[in-house]
Design a protein around this ligand. Sequence first.
Ligand code: ATP
Length: 324
Amino acid sequence: MTAHRFHSAATPVIEIVHLSKRYRDVPAVDDVTLHVRAGQIYALLGLNGAGKTTLIRLLLGMITPTAGTVRVLGADVSAGDRSAWANVGYLVEAAAAYPELTVRENLDVVRRLRRLPGTADDIIERLALTPYADRRARTLSLGNLQRLALAKALLHAPGLLILDEPVNGLDPAGVAEIRAVLADLARQHGTTVFLSSHLLAEVARLATRVGIMHDGRLIAEHDAGQLDRHRRRHLRLATRDDATARAVLRAHGYHPRPAVPAGLLLSDQRALARPEDVATVLVHGGVPPIDLHLQEEDLEAFFLRTVGPATPTALHTGTGAADA
Ligand code: ATP
């Protein structure tokens, strides 16, 4: 009997109830309750050490909880029930592949292990790996290795995908590609995605629901869009004459503030929505911008503002590379 027969559409795909995991006196995961519904892209957001990896390991049954329960697709993972596993794909360690095998051969190994019919061509194409299909894995860039790892997790077309920091270490182009793949999976194929990240900007763009973890606890949950309202964003601009630029912008109904050490900041919604209008106003006012860009608060700043100073360890190990 397969797991889906137990699992009705109304049941959450992931049900975590009062889940805790302690390591001696460290509560790595502390009384977390969360639900993920079918078709959601749920992102667990937190600084390094927040407990994201521990939570994902509990979810996958790789470690046993100190307290609480985890159900995945209706199966009780914490009780050792692995019946749902045929319908789950996951990626938890750094992308690993057989270095001397090609991309296609790596995927064929997984396909045979899982006794899947057909070929890996479809997944190779979907993850834009076609140009690299016959390249040995050891010659791939980090971004392409990560895509290969994702292809392996997706080969059996799972209904649920669980990913620990899937965009870690990727350049902005690689991040954008993975984001597109995940969004397509959720929208076109109805795949539920559960992922962890410390990149606020990425998560805000991708997730339909966000859980914020801090010191092992789930301190807030937001639906897509809500996070943007909580997060500070502004346009930063520089001109050759900030005083004139300020007067010009005010005359057009904007509310510029001086930036440190120079330049101006704009937080007006219409400025954020249409930066090109700001540029046009400045050009017509005789003070063309020499720089104009959107600045978004990163996770560290967001945490400092919303939950108070993070622990020193968390701040030191946070990469701060959130908003490229
Ligand atoms: P990162 O992004 O750095 O992996 P994280 O949010 O995934 O961070 P975890 O790796 O889950 O955080 O770690 C949460 C806390 O639990 C940390 O304080 C960590 O030191 C501790 N911890 C995790 N695994 C163990 C373990 N096997 N033994 C002891 N302590 C652990």
